[in-house]
Design a protein around this ligand. Structure first.
Ligand SMILES: [Fe+2]
Ligand SMILES: [Fe+2]
Length: 138
């Protein structure tokens, strides 16, 4: 079962951002598949790689959004960036728990990642997408 079903309702109308959101959804689903179908030997190593990729990709994605905010003088940038910052703190904590404390990735962690991303895209990124569209960026 797919945890996070992509829907075009999530599109914010800016190609680069939408492509990255689709990749983030895909990575969350790959991590979810690994969590629900553990393979004893490769489990931990694969999970570590997926977590690193998901979190690095998230940071890179936020940087690109924030770069576009600066470039187009987005008036709501500080509130938007504060949301990104809080989420980064959360995912770095998961990463530390996983790598240093050996905590396994739990379904509620994945539900948190999914819910956060869904809500962030639907509200905050969509508002930003509309602003970019109004500046001729698609
Ligand atoms: Fe964002
Ligand atoms: Fe985003």
């Amino acid at each position: 079962m797919t945890l996070f079903e992509w829907s075009d309702d999530l599109l914010v109308g800016v190609l680069e951002i939408d492509d990255q959101h689709q990749r983030l959804v895909e990575l969350i689903n790959i991590l979810h598949d690994t969590v629900i179908n553990p393979d004893q030997d490769s489990d931990k190593r694969i999970m570590k790689e997926i977590i690193e990729e998901l979190f690095d990709y998230t940071e890179a994605h936020f940087s690109i959004e924030q770069y576009l905010m600066g470039l187009h003088a987005y008036p709501e940038s500080s509130a938007h960036m504060a949301e990104h910052g809080k989420f980064i703190d959360n995912i770095r904590q998961f990463e530390r728990d996983f790598k240093e404390n050996g905590t396994s990735v739990r379904e509620d962690t994945l539900a948190f990642l999914k819910d956060w991303l869904y809500n962030h895209i639907m509200k905050v990124d969509k508002a930003f997408g509309q602003y970019l569209n109004s500046k001729g960026v698609y």
